[in-house]
Structures are given as structure tokens and as C-alpha cells.
Design a protein around this ligand. Structure first.
Ligand SMILES: *Cc1c(COP(=O)(O)O)cnc(C)c1O
Length: 361
């Protein structure tokens, strides 16, 4: 396995090695069926076991009660930007949003396109989204409050969900779901494209509270209704079978190898502290997010010049440290240290950063 690099890609991102190895072993003959998981019917008992196992594991990890349903959908997190207001915003109500970056802005753009009533109650646009807003007032008759729990591009993260009283929260958790325990109960819905912290691209996990399903109107297309997918256990049409299978293996790895979300959080905190701690002490690298808003998952930073950033990324790549380029919209550098990234990868990165600063500082 010597050819595998330390993979800091922002998404699609690294998967745990034991997951890839199990998939490799099972790929040609899934559980004695003589077929690949890519070749079996989504309505076969074999696949039903795969999807039900993934559902149970996710609910166990999040301590979600029977009033939560797990859906495996397609179209990425980006489709949820539209599905959420189409389903959860009844006539006469207003949806509220907190704008913390590129993805939140895109979610707001979709409700604008739909022409539905909405209000942005807080934003960190004034300082290029380098912090999580602290003051906001949620109207108690809002249909829901949408927030982005981790801002993949700007490198900020909510340390705890916003406080919304009786208003159901809706969260885009694409880049930090399962990185630490969180209370799902005040949420009416959470969604996450799998390709950052849950598995490969091609499936979006939605967890929806049952009372939210009552809001779905009858006049939206079948595939866009949460009720369609909830009633059929995500098997209304052909789901992305391989992606769901891999998500199941990742959930098994979190439960059985890591030991659940408390251990996951500890591991993620240690990784983040190693990286931020060194950066802050270095006098060479500069974190771009406010300290109290920093993400455990996406560490964004600058070097003294853009030329040095280019050199840094290119030399890192030669040293088997991949994916460190910042998003094309913001430049700079970003190390995505999702769940699958082990502490040894972060340590290798810190060692490389030290050496680079010594030579170029
Ligand atoms: C990557 C990302 C998205 C977009 O996900 P797609 O599955 O590509 O649509 C949305 N929100 C956040 C927070 C992301 O990190």
C-alpha cells in the first residue's frame, strides 16, 4: 500500500483504508451471491440488508429516535437547497437563513429562484465569512432556520447548533456530519452530500423528523417530495447502490473501529489542535478563520505570499501530501482533515510545514 498518499482533498475526499479494503475483497462476489454489489437488484434481500444496516447505524450514531427517518437521495447537497423550501415551507410562512459562506449563499439563491418568502437573519459576509455570527433573532413563527454547520471553503464551523426556540433547524452538514456528537432533536432536517465525511460521491443522506413530512405539498414532482422517498425506504426508484454500500462501511468503521462519535471527536480535536497549534506558533502560516470559529474539518491558511503558496502546494504534492490548494474562489491553502484522515497524516503535514517554513521563512 506504499503508493497511497496523505490525502487532504476537500471532496470527494479520503476514505478509511479498512473501508476500501473490505470493498475490494467483496467487490467480485458480494456475500456469496456470485455478483458484485454493482450488479445486484436494489430490491433483493441482500441490498435491503445493506440499506437497513446503514440506516440503523446512522440512527444509533446520532442517537436519533424513531421519529427520524433516514433517506438516501441523489442530486447532491445542491438539490437539497431547493428541496428544503419546496417541501418544508407552507404558504403564508417565512423561512429564515444564516449566511456563513459560499454554500449557504447557494442555498439562499435557490429559495430566491423559487420566489418563496425568506429572510437572512445573520451573515458574516462583512468580513468575507471568516467567522460564525453570534447575534441573531429567530422569529418564533418562522417555518425553519437554515444554517450550514461547517463552511468547507471558508474554514469555519458552528461549535453548537444555533438556538432557535421552537423553530425547527435545517442544517447542511455536508462537510462535518459525524465529526462529533450533536443533538439532532431540534432539527427538522439535516442533509449531507456523502463525499466529504460519509463515503463516495453519488448519494446524499437526509435525516428528516416525521412531523416535517406532513408539510410536503402534493403539487411538487414525485421525485422532489420527501414523502415519496420516506414511504419507500429510499427505494422508490433505483438508488445509488454502491455509494450506499460504502456509506454503510464507513458507518461501521466509525462505530466498531473508532468507537463512536465521542472517540471521533477526540481524534478530530487532537488533529485540529496539532495543525492550528503549530500554525499559530509558526509566525509563517496564518489561519484565515477567527479562532473561535475555526473548523475541525477544513483548516484554511495563507503563507506570506502567493508565490510561496504555489511552491508550498507543489512541494507538498511531491512529498505525498495532496489536496492542499484552497478553493479556487478564495486561493490560499486548505487542509481538509475529515474523519478518515488519521493523526499520522496530520503529523506528516505539520513536519513538512515546519521544514518548508525553515527553508523559506
Ligand atoms: C460540498 C458541499 C456542498 C455541495 O455538495 P454537492 O453534493 O456537490 O451538491 C454543499 N454544502 C456544503 C457545506 C459542502 O461542503
Amino acid at each position: 500500500m506504499s503508493a497511497r498518499i496523505h490525502n487532504f482533498n476537500p471532496g470527494p475526499a479520503a476514505l478509511p483504508l479498512p473501508v476500501l479494503e473490505q470493498a475490494q475483497v467483496e467487490f467480485l462476489d458480494f456475500k456469496g451471491s456470485g455478483m458484485s454489489i454493482a450488479e445486484i437488484s436494489h430490491r433483493s434481500p441482500l441490498f435491503e440488508e445493506v440499506i437497513n444496516d446503514a440506516v440503523s447505524r446512522l440512527k444509533r450514531l446520532l442517537k436519533a429516535g424513531d421519529n427520524f427517518r433516514v433517506l438516501f437521495l441523489q442530486g447532491g447537497a445542491s438539490t437539497q437547497f431547493a428541496m428544503v423550501p419546496m417541501n418544508l415551507l407552507p404558504a403564508g410562512k417565512v423561512a429564515e437563513y444564516i449566511n456563513t459562506g459560499t454554500w449557504a449563499t447557494k442555498a439562499i439563491k435557490e429559495i430566491e429562484i423559487l420566489g418563496k418568502p425568506h429572510k437572512v437573519i445573520a451573515s458574516s459576509a462583512d468580513r468575507d465569512f471568516c467567522y460564525i455570527p453570534k447575534g441573531y433573532d429567530v422569529s418564533q413563527d418562522a417555518a425553519y432556520l437554515h444554517y450550514t454547520s461547517n463552511n468547507t471553503i471558508k474554514g469555519t464551523q458552528w461549535s453548537a447548533p444555533p438556538v432557535s426556540g421552537n423553530v425547527p433547524l435545517v442544517s447542511d452538514m455536508s462537510s462535518d456530519i459525524l465529526c462529533k456528537p450533536f443533538d439532532i432533536n431540534p432539527h427538522g432536517l439535516v442533509y449531507a452530500g456523502a463525499q466529504k465525511n460519509l463515503g463516495p460521491a453519488g448519494v446524499t443522506v437526509v435525516m428528516i423528523r416525521e412531523d416535517m413530512l406532513d408539510r410536503t405539498p402534493k403539487d411538487i414532482p414525485t421525485m422532489m417530495r420527501y414523502t415519496t422517498h420516506a414511504e419507500k425506504n429510499s427505494l422508490y426508484n433505483t438508488p445509488p447502490c454502491i455509494a450506499i454500500y460504502l456509506v454503510g462501511l464507513v458507518l461501521k468503521w466509525i462505530e466498531e473501529t473508532i468507537g463512536g462519535l465521542d472517540s471521533m471527536e477526540k481524534r478530530n480535536q487532537q488533529k485540529a489542535e496539532a495543525l492550528y497549534g503549530y500554525m499559530d506558533a509558526s509566525g509563517f502560516y496564518r489561519g484565515t478563520a477567527d479562532k473561535d470559529s475555526r473548523s475541525l474539518m477544513n483548516v484554511t491558511f495563507r503563507l506570506p505570499s502567493e508565490d510561496l503558496e504555489k511552491k508550498f502546494i507543489s512541494e507538498a504534492t511531491k512529498n505525498s501530501l495532496g489536496g492542499l490548494k484552497g478553493h479556487r474562489s478564495v486561493g490560499g491553502c486548505r487542509a481538509s482533515i475529515y474523519n478518515a484522515i488519521g493523526p499520522e497524516s496530520v503529523n506528516s503535514l505539520v513536519e513538512f510545514m515546519k521544514e518548508f517554513a525553515r527553508k523559506n521563512g
